[in-house]
Design a protein around this ligand. Structure first.
Ligand SMILES: Nc1ncnc2c1ncn2[C@@H]1O[C@H](COP(=O)(O)OP(=O)(O)OP(=O)(O)O)[C@@H](O)[C@H]1O
Length: 308
């Protein structure tokens, strides 16, 4: 299974570059995290509650400092390049503070002072498309409605990078689909000046990963796995039905699970190598099935098959 530090072809300048980033809130320890994201790519960040996703976003926004390692956005660093970086980033935090008294219009006016690239027309269009209630102050909106409003604001500040911490949390399926499609359009440069822009978004919904992400990375109890190229995952994971289950001493590459059967089957994250190893041991492969992405992601989110 392909696992590298870069989300992209490795040829373009990175929008996000994390090198050996670590942060600890004892007993919790995050990292080391190494990740490069190039323009035009969408990375989904998944993993169980408390895995460290929001901590990673806060470090990407310069809201907390890593204990070690380096965080760079657009080649710049915190704190010296903070203003230059933040103008280019649309951020949806896990919890928004300080907007409670503002309705959508007041929030738009407020943000337009901070962001030179603020696009009022796009903001209005997104508020309509996402069905945001315009008149109610932020603090009195439902959680899902607050997420829609923050998402619209993040996309309207003229960003080249979106950092979205569970943007669809509590959002109903219709609006959620609209948001996920918007993420894809943004990264492909179908809106605005184009050229490809990058997105990192956290989600607990595997279907969203399938729909929008090019790469997926996992945070599991602070340990970082990935990024994995989504299409490669689909190619390399297979369920194989076999003449007999492999014995204890018969290693099978990428082995994730074995069902004794009958018929016996096994799940592997390295199908080609696993088949070769089985053949070598005279274990007949009776059938092969591709594995749905959601099933792969569920295994990876539990840490299975995620080690290099
Ligand atoms: N400021 C802080 N002080 C102390 N501990 C913290 C702080 N921020 C986060 N933590 C701890 O760090 C760990 C990771 O939390 P984090 O919010 O980053 O996880 P998450 O993956 O975003 O979780 P969720 O999916 O529930 O949103 C948790 O154990 C949390 O209690």
């Amino acid at each position: 299974m392909r696992r590298c530090e870069t989300a992209g072809e490795g040829a373009r300048e990175a929008v996000v570059s994390l090198a050996g980033v670590e942060k600890s809130y004892p007993p919790f320890r995050l990292g080391p995290v190494s990740l490069r994201v190039e323009p035009g790519y969408v990375v989904a960040l998944v993993g169980p509650n408390g895995g460290g996703k929001s901590t990673l976003f806060r470090m990407l926004m310069g809201l907390c400092r890593p204990d070690s390692g380096e965080v760079r956005l657009f080649g710049g660093r915190y704190p010296e390049d903070e203003a230059r970086i933040k103008r280019r980033v649309g951020y949806v935090p896990e919890r928004a503070v300080g907007h409670d008294e503002m309705d959508a219009r007041a929030l738009g006016r407020f943000l337009s002072r901070w962001y030179p690239g603020w696009d009022a027309g796009r903001y209005g269009e997104l508020l309509d498309r996402l069905g945001v209630e315009r008149k109610r102050p932020f603090g009195r909106l439902s959680r899902g409605m607050q997420r829609r409003l923050l998402f619209a604001a993040a996309l309207s500040c003229g960003p080249e990078l979106l950092l979205l911490d569970e943007p669809t949390g509590g959002v109903d399926p219709l609006a959620r689909r609209e948001m996920i499609d918007e993420i894809s359009r943004f990264a492909r440069g179908e809106e605005g000046p184009g050229g490809g822009r990058a997105v990192i978004f956290a989600t607990h919904v595997m279907e969203e990963v399938g729909r929008a992400a090019d790469y997926v990375a996992f945070l599991h109890g602070g340990r970082f796995f990935g990024p994995y190229e989504k299409d490669r995952l689909a190619e390399s994971w297979r369920r194989l039905w076999v003449g007999r289950p492999p014995g204890a001493g018969e290693a099978v590459p990428g082995l994730v699970a074995v069902e004794q059967g009958p018929p016996a089957s096994l799940l592997t994250s390295s199908a080609a190598q696993a088949r070769a190893a089985l053949e070598e041991r005279g274990i007949e492969v009776l059938g092969v099935r591709s594995v749905p992405l959601e099933e792969i992601l569920a295994h990876l989110a539990r840490g299975a098959g995620a080690s290099p």
